[in-house]
Ligand binder design. Sequence first.
Ligand SMILES: C[S@@+](CC[C@H](N)C(=O)[O-])C[C@H]1O[C@@H](n2cnc3c(N)ncnc32)[C@H](O)[C@@H]1O
Length: 273
Amino acid sequence: MKRKRSSINDLDLDRWREYDDILTDSLWLIPERDRSGVHTADYHGNFVPQIPYQAMRRYTKAGEVVLDPFLGSGTTLIECRRLGRHGIGLELQPAVLKTTRERITAEQNPHNITTTALAADSTCVGPSGVKIRRALNTIGSDHAHLAILHPPYHSIIRFSDSPEDLSNCTTTEEFISRFGLVVDLVTQFLPPERYLVLVIGDIYEKGVWTPLGFQCMQQVMQRGFSLKSIVVKDMQGNRAKRNLERMWRYRSLAGGFYIFRHEYVMFFRRDPD
Ligand SMILES: C[S@@+](CC[C@H](N)C(=O)[O-])C[C@H]1O[C@@H](n2cnc3c(N)ncnc32)[C@H](O)[C@@H]1O
């Protein structure tokens, strides 16, 4: 019997046994970052390329458009070049963007796709929406097919001094509400039944665990998305803690808490109209 082809990706379910590289469990243990091509770990706070890789393989076809409103060092757009997906990324910091653009264009572009890295504040729904619309016009599409959101985990890493930077929000409430604006921005460009992927971690501060991931999850779901999966991904290379293992172990035992070793990759599908 011929199996149905997916309308959301290029996987051929008749050949499902061959897709060893595609993860299907909700626990992702990724011991090694992909450092091939122009990928590096230089940008403090960037995600492993395996995350956008997995998301694009599952939720896009070749030639479709991926939107990333927290571009950082450009990991998503580099993966776009490799996988033949168009990519639009937004990054607040012009200085970061300069290096990011150089890195992205240094990656080969065998599928001849368009990657656009825009200087923009993703919480400015109107003006940033205009920039995304222009980039989509250049590609020849009126919408994106997948959104990948990797915001700051509030104040865990301060990315800049800019007040627009989500890592400088003074309270969790402000962070959550401004994150919601970014979801508003991407939702404009994401049709029903398309996917939004959120990569986020929680915070432990002053003796209290704040479930930032679940609070951000609520923001997405309040905007007409259904939760499809929560993946727990191991965090191996947290620079701040790498050389301080013993001290953190002591703190954990003394303070009655567990040391973060995970972050979340949450998958949502926009509800039908
Ligand atoms: C966790 S990093 C994303 C890293 C990225 N996934 C990568 O692999 O390089 C979050 C990024 O969001 C940027 N950012 C913070 N607030 C922003 C805003 N309001 N609009 C756009 N970008 C913002 C930060 O400068 C930082 O580069």
